[in-house]
Unconditional design. Structure first.
Length: 308
């Protein structure tokens, strides 16, 4: 009989279990799958946002979003389309119920164990497909799975039951090689974000123009300080890099944005004699505003839309 057996919610960065269904079978096969659950939870940050592990008569599927992974165990003949639709429902409900601050600061395992009530109700619905009240477009879901199929994790990569011998993810279809940090899409751009982007470009252009003027002055007057030219061009590079961080996701993105803002402040401190207080205030304020917008525009980690 094809059915969902269990599900759990896990924090990606450290594998901390946040919630889980409480109806594990005690058979040998299920006990082995529980160990696979624990092993996989420790490597979630190194895996794509949608994966499947086939372990003989059982399959483990999971999706990751906003630093949280939603994992489920089902029989091998359970349709993968329904499996990922089930996970998508868990994700939407969990995001709606708990904010990111709570999930990021949680320290105790299973601190959201009350979410098991929703897991159980949803699991019962998906185990009786005739009673599914949700309208689903199976054709669209199957197309999505074909276009971006889940990464198949080989069981051979899991090593022994006591831990991973190694878990390398050499290639994921559609994305090439997978780095240690999974690819993320950023949230939609807001109006303040657009304003900060334009202002950063403006500051970069002003620094660039002043830098060329400083070069001209240096060529005409040998006594001019070349370090001012360096400060202007460093300021230009910092502003443009803030624009890059706002548009694209990179590892240590927030830390890089703060360091870039620090560089902008240092450059303007050094250029204190060449700028009035209003100019200094404008450049530093724009740098701080752009840093804030980079911090606010977080990865959305959006999983596929199953038209649920």
């Amino acid at each position: 009989m094809s059915m969902i057996l269990s599900a759990s919610v896990v924090r990606v960065r450290d594998g901390l279990p946040l919630s889980a269904s409480t109806d594990y079978d005690q058979s040998t096969g299920m006990q082995k799958c529980r160990k696979y659950f624990k092993l996989l939870s420790k490597k979630l940050s190194q895996l794509p946002d949608r994966c499947t592990l086939k372990t003989g008569q059982y399959n483990i599927n999971f999706i990751s979003s906003l630093g949280v992974s939603y994992m489920m165990l089902c029989t091998e003949n359970y349709p993968s389309v329904l499996a990922f639709c089930f996970l998508d429902e868990l994700q939407k409900e969990f995001i709606t119920t708990y904010n990111m601050m709570k999930t990021n600061t949680a320290v105790r395992p299973y601190c959201f164990i009350e979410f098991d009530n929703f897991i159980q109700r949803t699991k019962q619905r998906y185990n009786n497909t005739r009673s599914l009240s949700t309208k689903m477009n199976l054709a669209d879901m199957q197309t999505e799975i074909k276009l971006r199929p889940p990464y198949q994790i080989p069981v051979s990569e899991l090593g022994s039951a006591n831990g991973f011998a190694h878990l390398s993810v050499p290639e994921y279809k559609g994305t090439g090689k997978i780095s240690a940090a999974p690819h993320h899409r950023l949230e939609a751009v807001t109006l303040p974000g657009i304003v900060s982007f334009v202002l950063s470009l403006l500051c970069g252009a002003l620094n660039l123009i002043r830098g060329f003027h400083a070069i001209e002055s240096l060529l005409q007057n040998e006594g001019e300080d070349f370090s001012y030219v360096i400060a202007f061009f460093l300021g230009t590079a910092a502003c443009l890099y803030q624009c890059y961080l706002f548009v694209y996701y990179t590892s240590w993105r927030n830390a890089k944005s703060f360091l870039t803002f620090g560089l902008i402040c240092l450059c303007n401190m050094y250029l204190y004699e060449l700028r009035n207080l209003w100019q200094l205030f404008f450049h530093v304020t724009v740098g701080a505003f752009s840093t804030l917008q980079i911090r606010l525009r977080q990865p959305q980690g959006k999983s596929p839309d199953y038209n649920v």
